[in-house]
Write a new protein. Structure first.
Length: 282
């Protein structure tokens, strides 16, 4: 792939597992050193395109920077800065028994909430901006060797498919196609990430929209297991259950409120950045 303009983009290779065609590319601005970027190929309405373009103004250490949107026929190329590190999915897969230390998971979750809070705050200031992430799962949190967690893949929700294990992280209102769904869908997804952090297993095994919705609407979501070896983790269980409530009005009403609950109840058990980065470096 190459694109015309002040900063031509040349594809290095394609990235799988993002839900939309995604490529690692080399941007070569005139008179400056080349940079590595991630390019997502999206089909956006004019309103959606405007919402994504507004995110270019967002600058936050826990949010991957969107650098530009490029029109290529009917396709919009969303160009983001490349974040060097490993996804939360990859870190969990490499960990013994698929479990990272819970202190590390809490630190990653808190940083992700900080990024979500910045994203949601921008939408509150600028109604044209994207009001939610809508695709938060372990693939879309990158942890750098420094221990910083960065929220990526800001292209918005992707079309639903009949079977997809990543649907487990989506709030039920997204699965229902509710056009009024708001930032609380991201609170749900973060709760689902923490459920898995605590239990070592996804919030549910179902992977189709209908089966996931049935579990929610039948009241059979269950509870995350206890961790007797970590008595302090008992404070996390009610937070998770609140975050993944089927009714958005009973969840934490903002990422900031969720973050504050973690700091207040579990601040003494947060891994520092060096401990988080060590998991990446090792």
């Amino acid at each position: 792939m190459t694109t015309p303009g002040d900063r031509p983009l040349t594809t290095l290779f394609r990235l799988g597992g993002r839900g939309v065609p995604t490529e690692l590319a080399l941007a070569t601005p005139a008179g400056r050193a080349p940079t590595t970027v991630v390019v997502e190929r999206l089909h956006l309405s004019p309103t959606e395109r405007k919402a994504r373009r507004a995110l270019i103004e967002l600058s936050h250490p826990n949010v991957g920077a969107i650098e530009e949107l490029v029109e290529e026929g009917k396709t919009t190329l969303l160009v983001s800065a490349y974040v060097e590190g490993q996804s939360l999915e990859a870190l969990r897969s490499a960990a013994p028994n698929g479990k990272l230390p819970l202190e590390v998971e809490l630190s990653i979750a808190l940083q992700t909430l900080e990024g979500l809070g910045a994203l949601h705050a921008l939408a509150a200031r600028d109604p044209s901006a994207a009001r939610l992430h809508g695709q938060l799962d372990p693939r879309n949190v990158i942890v750098e060797p420094s221990g910083r967690a960065v929220l990526v893949h800001l292209g918005g929700p992707t079309p639903l498919v009949a079977e997809d294990p990543w649907l487990r992280y989506l709030a039920p209102e997204l699965l229902l196609g509710d056009e009024t769904a708001d930032h609380r869908v991201d609170v749900y997804s973060l709760g689902a990430l923490l459920w898995e952090a605590l239990s070592g297993a996804p919030i549910m095994q179902e992977s189709s929209p209908n089966a996931i919705l049935f579990r929610h609407l039948s009241g059979k979501l269950g509870e995350p297991p206890e961790r007797p070896e970590l008595p302090w983790s008992s404070a996390l269980r009610p937070m998770i259950l609140r975050a993944v409530a089927t009714d958005p009005s009973t969840r934490f009403q903002s990422a900031a409120a969720f973050a504050e609950a973690i700091r207040s109840e579990l601040g003494a058990h947060l891994a520092d950045h060096d401990a988080v980065g060590r998991v990446v470096r090792e």
